[in-house]
Design a protein around this ligand. Structure first.
Ligand SMILES: C[S@@+](CC[C@H](N)C(=O)[O-])C[C@H]1O[C@@H](n2cnc3c(N)ncnc32)[C@H](O)[C@@H]1O
Length: 232
């Protein structure tokens, strides 16, 4: 029975891996974004898109194709992206946890959509992995709150654990519409699921926290007049 299950899972993996190779994507995770896009229409031609946890680069390529050459895609990952990228895409090597508290200054611009497919290195302990995933998600939401234009969209992968309901509630509070989606191309046995926020609210009623600190409260400028105005 177990062998049958494993054989079916392997066939499923092979199907998406083969398709990704054939379609020249570096990872099969592209089909999760494709499904989300077909269903929720988060990306539009001409959009500026921020892709958190972008390596090896499948979502960058898919987002670039969707926004077209008048759009812009900026990726961030701990690991460098080594594939060739179209001209409207740039990829930065950085730790999202380190930039979340001051994302406005770091990016210096607004985005129409923020995507996060970030995943922690897994430990084998589902509780530890879920807690690490939640921390990455909190950082992604803090960044979305700082740099997403009102009306913009948010896609965020999370490993479901104890903090899932609270995080889902925080996303729900920041967007006019909210969905939870498990793509067909995501392994059934995997605890990953995607939260989708559609239409970022102008006023954010519920601050995200980064290490227990509210992330959408502005830090006081250290010298008078030192605070930057919001980039547009
Ligand atoms: C599932 S992969 C993303 C795949 C990508 N969407 C694609 O289609 O090619 C998850 C990524 O999250 C990145 N990641 C994990 N923690 C991160 C952090 N603190 N800052 C930036 N990236 C992080 C990992 O380095 C890894 O490349």
């Amino acid at each position: 029975m177990r062998r049958q299950f494993t054989a079916a899972a392997n066939r499923w993996e092979d199907h998406y891996a083969r398709r990704a190779r054939r379609e020249r994507y570096p990872a099969r995770s592209v089909y999760k974004l494709e499904e989300i896009q077909k269903r929720f229409r988060i990306l539009h031609p001409g959009d500026a898109v921020l892709d958190l946890g972008c390596a090896p680069g499948s979502w960058l390529l898919y987002a670039a194709k969707t926004v077209g050459d008048k759009g812009r895609v900026v990726g961030v990952d701990l690991s460098p992206v080594t594939i060739a990228l179209p001209p409207q895409v740039s990829a930065l090597t950085a730790d999202v946890l380190a930039i979340a508290a001051d994302a406005e200054a770091f990016f210096g611009r607004r985005f129409d959509a923020v995507l996060s497919d970030m995943a922690p290195a897994t430990t084998g302990s589902s509780g530890v992995d879920a807690a690490r995933s939640e921390r990455l998600c909190e950082a992604a939401l803090a960044i979305a709150r700082a740099v997403l234009r009102p009306g913009g969209g948010f896609v965020c992968k999370i490993f479901q654990g104890d903090g899932f309901a609270a995080f889902a509630q925080a996303v729900r509070a920041s967007f006019s519409a909210f969905r939870i989606h498990k793509p067909q191309s995501s392994r059934k046995a995997s605890r990953e699921i995607y939260l989708i926020g559609i239409g970022k609210r102008e006023e954010d009623p519920c601050p995200a926290t980064i290490n227990g600190q509210a992330s959408n409260t502005k830090k006081a400028p250290t010298t008078p007049g030192a605070e930057k105005s919001s980039p547009s």
